[in-house]
Design a protein around this ligand. Structure first.
Ligand code: TXA
Ligand code: MG
Length: 345
């Protein structure tokens, strides 16, 4: 990135036409989607796509999702859209669902990391939809964080991670969903859930019947089918623990882990639902939404993980949840952030 033109000097702006022009010129522009902020580049430009990997520090074997502003654009990217793909796209687009399909070979090869499939989604955020429609071209966009860090749910998070590494940032305020899109491979007989996200497994099943789940989502140590799922991810600097359970048993186990770490001289943060917050003692007790409202937990998740980093927490103990509905997506992120340190209360 030419430092003259980086966001240091360009400043954060909200001009969608300017951002679309920059994308067409092969520049890197971060923008809000309903899930998390994306780091966009023209999907047809090999150089622009390469620049995404450099800016993020992303391994080159991890393919990018293509974002489109009109459903019809899917047919210019995919060689074939199987019936399950048609049903899912009609039901959930625009929205937080990415479909994995065989591609036509028209994209920059780096976008797909050499695979014969491509991930495509049509976001529902008004700013990303407007940007995609004005730019007219498919836009490759991973989450706009440095690789391995929690995904950005606010423009400030993007700024913190990528300032000086990108050309522009469209500030749309905090994102609504808070976890990334659900990734579903529809190339096989039965749709396969590769990454749980904003659309739940239950919603997918309701729409198309049987949907298998990549065993790597639930079982540590199994090779995942989605390249990105194998990397350490969403991770705060501190060592994180997740305690699954309910009520008094969960509270006791969370507090016991926190106490143990504090005895070892660690600065300890507890990530607690609003319902349990008053029961805990630690250096910091941060709220992560309400158990009655899983969407509030998804929305607060990454902001909280980033906050513990800012505070300098050495150890973070988080409450865990049963793997149902949006909690399934939240637990997937929590257990990755904790590198598998998940215990039962
Ligand atoms: O909500 C989202 O999906 C956000 C916003 C910006 O749209 N984007 C996002 O992108 O989360 P990223 O790059 O952080 O995650 C993309 C995931 C990775 O796990 C990647 O391996 C997987 O999608 N993926 C992409 N193309 C794939 C393919 N052809 N086959 C299997 N997995 C694929
Ligand atoms: Mg990501």
């Amino acid at each position: 990135v030419d430092p003259e033109q980086s966001v240091d000097t360009l400043s954060r702006n909200k001009d969608i036409h300017e951002a679309a022009r920059m994308l067409r010129e092969g520049k890197l522009v971060a923008f809000p989607t309903e899930t998390v902020y994306g780091l966009g580049a023209d999907a047809a430009s090999q150089e622009a796509v390469s620049a995404i990997y450099t800016a993020k520090g992303r391994p080159s074997d991890n393919p990018l999702i293509i974002h489109i502003g009109e459903k019809e654009q899917l047919y210019t990217l995919a060689a074939e859209v199987p019936p399950a793909g048609e049903v899912l796209m009609r039901r959930f687009w625009p929205g937080p669902l990415t479909l994995i399909l065989p591609h036509r070979g028209t994209l920059a090869p780096k976008v797909t990391a050499g695979l014969d499939t491509v991930g495509v989604r049509m976001p529902s955020h008004p700013v990303s939809l407007a940007l995609l429609r004005v730019s007219g071209a498919p836009v490759a966009a991973p989450s706009a964080n440095r690789s391995g860090k929690p995904s950005p749910t606010d423009a400030d998070h993007v700024w913190h991670d990528l300032q000086g590494r990108i050309h522009g940032l469209v500030d749309g305020g905090p994102t609504g969903v808070g976890v990334e899109s659900t990734v579903v491979d529809v190339t096989g007989e039965v749709p396969l859930l590769l990454r749980p996200g904003g659309i739940t497994w239950e919603e997918l099943q309701e729409a198309v019947g049987e949907v298998q789940v990549d065993p790597a989502i639930v079982q540590e140590g199994t090779a995942p089918r989605s390249p990105g799922m194998k990397y350490r991810h969403y991770a705060p600097q501190g060592e994180m623990w997740v305690v699954v359970g309910e009520g008094a048993a969960q509270i006791r186990r969370v507090q016991a882990l926190a106490d143990e770490a504090r005895r070892q001289g660690k600065k300890v943060g507890i990530f607690s639902t609003e319902e349990h917050r008053a029961y805990y003692q630690a250096d910091w007790v941060l709220p992560c939404g309400s158990r009655q409202d899983p969407a509030s937990i998804a929305r607060e998740l990454y902001r909280g993980l980033r906050r513990f980093d800012q505070l300098g927490a050495d150890t973070i103990v988080a409450e865990g949840f049963p793997p149902e509905g949006l909690f399934h997506s939240v637990m997937n992120r929590l257990s990755k952030a904790a590198e598998g340190r998940v215990v039962q209360a």
